[in-house]
Ligand binder design. Structure first.
Ligand code: HEC
Length: 110
């Protein structure tokens, strides 16, 4: 009974989400676009979000609670300028891509 109700409620939501993302990428939120870039740029090779990803870099699961927009933007462009001796390479990408990545990182909260 409860299970059936959950499928009824969640089913259409799920379908809506997939359709929305797949057919209207222009309407995806900034954070969702940033998430795609995060995947394209393979940030997950070194970083974990909610348990998924590599271990070379720090976990980013609650990055949005730890850092602000300025810090993240400066760090992504030039990690060594913010964290002396940083091992991460500067992120290659346009100003817009960096902004979208930061939008995604800021959305990460526990
Ligand atoms: C080759 C491994 C590697 C890759 C790939 C990588 N990082 Fe990192 N990242 C690190 C390491 C290591 C640190 C810790 C600081 C340092 O030593 O540079 C770090 C630190 C960070 C931090 C700061 C965390 C904090 O609050 O202190 C952010 C944000 C971040 N990375 C985002 C990204 C994003 C976004 C990408 C993809 C565009 C990415 N990283 C790709 C290794 C990596």
């Amino acid at each position: 009974m409860m299970k059936g109700a959950a499928v009824l409620v969640l089913g259409p939501l799920f379908v809506f989400n997939v359709t929305f993302d797949g057919f209207f990428p222009a309407f995806a939120s900034e954070a969702e676009k940033g998430k795609k870039l995060y995947e394209e740029k393979k940030c997950g090779l070194c970083h974990r979000v909610a348990g998924k990803g590599g271990k070379m870099g720090p976990e980013l699961t609650d990055e949005g609670e730890k850092r602000d927009r300025d810090w993240l933007t400066t760090f992504l462009k030039n990690p060594k300028g913010v964290v002396p001796g940083a091992k991460m390479m500067p992120v290659k990408g346009s100003e817009e891509e960096i902004t979208l990545l930061v939008d995604y990182l800021l959305s990460l909260k526990k």
